[in-house]
Design a protein around this ligand. Structure first.
Ligand SMILES: Cc1cc2nc3c(=O)[nH]c(=O)nc-3n(C[C@H](O)[C@H](O)[C@H](O)COP(=O)(O)OP(=O)(O)OC[C@H]3O[C@@H](n4cnc5c(N)ncnc54)[C@H](O)[C@@H]3O)c2cc1C
Length: 401
């Protein structure tokens, strides 16, 4: 039995990073928003994430009014050092580049969801799953279902899929993604008391394996390993032993001798890269539903914030009666593609697990010794600038030198 349950400007499916950001920003522009989330608890959080939020997303975090709440919770102002065999450590100093945030999803998700739900104009519909799209062709809303199999129809002028990397809405709307396979797998755990104590994150590109440490609030550090798929049998036969051996063998390895393991060992074995067109008439995709890339580079949360922001910027005026909504959606699709496709191509190529090539070796060596190259490298790595930045003739000349 299905009932009509209201008219909205926008129905957003998924109340995680992307969905909550879009809901709040749309509502601040005066829109009436249904924010649908299948998990009933307001303080639910994502466990499969290492939550290094790139500085590219800081302007959106500030626009949301989220930054002071993250500061209050003790979020770390993040920065990163990268190690390769050719270069040793590469990193710009503290304060030399804008910061992003590192904060566990256990803290972030409830803060952000509450912020969105408390915004006048947002109705959080928690404990309901989107199971269908209304309308023939152009979506006119969503059908939702609760645990008791009760159904409701929510009519909306715009449907937003913020339902993550396995987007059900994409399947319902038949918008397939372009998929590129992933050549590594991931195991990680949370530790307290890691030494030396630092707020700087570290990434090791061990060619072909990789690893990182991300410090967060409450002295919690994620220690993650991303071995090449060839090493899967070794990890399957002795998971904890393989995790400790590989961690201890890292150059300048984190000292875990007096650290406390604060979680079980978490793993993710399959993480294909997926990219799909971010909009079609009446329907937009944001966050992982539009683009889910290799987590090694810590981009997904930042792009969830940013893509939601771009969608609101492009469509809010049309939703307010100021123009054609589908043309605004097409503009959003193009912005998303222009901003993220070059990064995606680079990331998904590196995610294959192929060896580092001679040009990359030269780049890493140049970044370690040359300030201009290092800063350009940081701007691209933090996703504030396009990879095209590295083709600047002055940067190329320094790399070639
Ligand atoms: C191992 C790993 C490590 C990562 N580390 C990082 C990192 O360090 N930094 C970083 O930036 N990113 C990282 N990411 C990526 C990051 O977790 C995602 O990019 C981010 O969570 C995407 O946010 P989202 O809002 O688009 O989707 P999600 O966070 O996946 O949220 C989707 C939401 O939709 C809801 N939903 C789904 N289907 C329905 C439905 N039919 N009806 C109603 N609700 C529905 C879900 O319950 C969920 O709340 C990592 C990912 C992985 C797998």
């Amino acid at each position: 039995m299905s009932t009509d349950a209201g008219e909205y400007d926008i129905a957003i499916v998924g109340a995680s990073t992307a969905g909550c950001t879009a809901a709040r920003l749309f509502a601040l522009r005066g829109a009436r928003v249904a924010l649908i989330e299948r998990r009933p608890a307001v303080d639910a959080y994502k466990t499969v994430c290492t939550h290094y939020i790139q500085s590219s997303a800081t302007p959106t975090i500030e626009k949301l009014g989220l930054a002071p709440l993250l500061e209050e919770r003790g979020a770390v102002h993040n920065s990163i050092d990268l190690w390769t065999r050719d270069s040793g450590w590469i990193g710009v100093g503290d304060g030399e580049a804008p910061y992003g945030y590192s904060i566990t999803r256990r803290s972030l998700d409830p803060i952000l969801r509450k912020l969105a739900a408390d915004t006048p104009g947002v109705e959080l519909v928690a404990g309901w799953t989107a199971v269908g799209l209304l309308g023939d062709g152009r979506p006119g809303g969503v059908e939702i279902e609760d645990h008791g199999h009760n159904r409701r129809r929510l009519n909306a002028r715009l449907v937003v899929a913020a339902d993550g990397r396995d987007s059900k809405l994409a399947r319902l709307a038949r918008v397939p993604g372009r998929i590129k396979p992933h050549g590594r797998f991931f195991y990680w755990a949370y530790w307290s008391g890691v030494r030396p104590a630092t707020t700087r994150s570290k990434v090791w590109l061990l060619d072909p394996d990789a690893a990182y440490t991300f410090p967060n609030e409450d002295d919690l550090t994620v220690v993650l390993l991303a071995p090449h798929r060839d090493r899967l049998p070794e990890f399957r036969s002795d998971l904890e032993g393989a995790y400790r051996r590989m961690t201890d063998a890292l150059p300048d390895a984190p000292d875990l001798s007096n650290a406390t393991l604060e979680s079980k060992l978490l793993g993710k074995l399959e993480l294909p890269n997926v990219f799909r067109p971010a909009a079609r008439p009446g329907l937009a995709f944001i966050g992982d539903a539009a683009l889910a890339a290799d987590p090694l580079w810590g981009v997904g949360c930042g792009w969830a914030f940013q893509s939601a922001d771009w969608l609101v910027e492009e469509t809010a005026h049309a939703l307010d009666g100021g123009g054609d909504l589908d043309r605004a959606l097409e503009r959003y699709r193009r912005v998303h593609r222009r901003r993220l496709l070059p990064h995606y191509l680079l990331i998904s190529d590196l995610a294959s697990g192929r060896p580092i090539n001679p040009i990359e070796r030269r780049l890493y060596r140049a970044a370690a010794r040359d300030r201009l190259v290092r800063h350009a490298f940081e701007q691209v790595g933090s996703r504030r600038r396009s990879p095209v930045r590295m083709l600047d003739p002055r940067v190329l000349a320094r790399i070639a030198r």
